[in-house]
Design a binder for this molecule. Structure first.
Ligand code: SF4
Length: 284
């Protein structure tokens, strides 16, 4: 008899604590009646969740210019912002709530502590990502963003350099990048600022890849941490599907798999994860 398909959902799938807290905070503010609530950038990369928030009176704006002359509350999201943006935000006249994740704050503090001592900074992360843009703003001397060891090879030599990680960075990429920098500079301080929730999520994904013949990565293609999970899966699993919705599931691939692992990015809502898992069961 043919064996039934197994679907194994990662325990870590779903919102990370930083995103969860930021969501709770904006919802409380919206109920508090202090006027409209704005977030600088989307709180999560999911259209459904964002529409739900809009219906609750919480609107994402792309830039502070959109808020000129407005009243209400402005929330700085979990990714954090540069000190300059924070100062500008506070100068707008709205009430500002800082929902930067404490684990992102830890990385910001590491950058500013060593920058104040004259260290150059290398951030191992995605140059265009909001968290990294925020971190760059805390550096004082020269600052470089590299995606991994290959880009680190092109860095100049340093007298003294501080290296930090984007909180969602892959452990292996960070370790190899640090090795390259250490081989070329004598005075290197390393702050491993990868957050525990990201570390756990990635380790669990690696573990699932060992036994699954198909991995499904749930989340938005715009989300950097979800893209990292997909990269891990593509490296370690014979087949990987990136699912922003159930429509992205390739029926033939799913039907040919015996053991399906499901992992999800830090901003993937439970409703989307449930939708994907139900669709995987239906396809069985
Ligand atoms: S991924 Fe980590 S650092 Fe970023 S918001 Fe979530 S818990 Fe905080």
């Amino acid at each position: 008899m043919e064996k039934a398909r197994e679907i194994i959902l990662a325990k870590s799938a779903g919102f990370c604590p930083g995103v969860k807290k930021a969501l709770e905070r904006v919802r409380k503010l919206a109920e508090g009646g202090q006027g409209p609530v704005f977030t600088l950038g989307p709180l999560v990369h999911n259209g459904q969740v964002l529409s739900g928030l809009e219906a609750e009176g919480i609107r994402a704006v792309e830039s502070l210019d959109e808020l000129k002359g407005k009243s209400g509350v402005l929330v700085l999201r979990a990714h954090g912002v540069t000190p300059e943006v924070e100062t500008q935000a506070r100068g707008l006249g709205l009430s500002v709530v800082d929902a930067t994740c404490p684990l992102v704050k830890k990385a910001q503090n590491a950058v500013s502590r060593y920058a104040a001592q004259g260290y150059d900074t290398v951030i191992v992360g995605d140059a265009g990502h909001a968290e990294v843009i925020g971190l760059v703003g805390y550096a004082k001397e020269r600052v470089f963003v590299v995606s991994g060891p290959e880009e680190a090879e092109k860095l100049p030599d340093f007298d003294k350099v501080s290296v930090v990680a984007q909180t969602t960075q892959e452990e292996d990429v960070f370790r190899k990048t640090v090795e390259v920098i250490k081989s070329r500079s004598k005075n290197v301080v390393v702050s491993d600022t990868i957050c525990k929730p990201s570390r756990d999520r990635q380790r669990e994904t690696v573990e699932l890849c060992r036994s699954a013949d198909l991995m499904v990565v749930v989340g938005s293609k715009k989300s950097a941490n979800t893209a990292r999970l997909a990269a891990i899966c593509r490296r370690l699993c014979p087949q990987t599907l990136f699912a922003e919705s159930a429509a992205d599931l390739d029926a033939a691939l799913v039907e040919s798999a015996r053991r399906v692992g499901v992992t999800a990015g830090a901003s993937a809502p439970d409703s989307l994860i449930r939708e994907i898992v139900s669709a995987l069961r239906r396809l069985g």
